[in-house]
Write a protein that binds this ligand. Structure first.
Ligand SMILES: [Mg+2]
Length: 115
């Protein structure tokens, strides 16, 4: 299994070889991540719950591709901004744990402001 930093290095080499850094402005990377997330949502659009279950079984690679596309742009954006992707997630999880204490939110989908 590759580590995050090995994967990031591969992405950087892929981008450098194609001279694509010039296109990867923060706003464009943020937009690209949102667009790829929308492509992921498109896989679910107008599907019933049953159709979604079936599609996940038969077309898992399509979901994997869109998840990967989204994650790649987020990894590039984070690195370009000098943000450690792992630390950012860990820090946000700590904030979320404070916002959503287990005893207040277990089994609820309520936003923290309404707990
Ligand atoms: Mg895509």
């Amino acid at each position: 299994m590759k580590t995050y930093h090995e994967l990031l290095k591969k992405l950087m080499i892929f981008r450098q070889e194609r001279n694509w850094e010039k296109f990867h402005k923060p706003k464009d990377l943020a937009m690209a991540a949102a667009i790829e997330a929308a492509e992921l949502m498109q896989e679910f659009l107008w599907q019933t719950e049953e159709e979604v279950k079936q599609k996940i079984k038969t077309d898992k690679e399509r979901f994997a591709d869109e998840i990967a596309d989204t994650a790649v742009y987020l990894m590039l954006l984070a690195d370009d901004l000098g943000i450690d992707f792992y630390n950012a997630i860990e820090n946000k999880m700590k904030k979320n744990a404070l916002k959503y204490p287990v005893e207040k939110c277990k089994g609820k989908a309520t936003k923290y402001t309404d707990l």
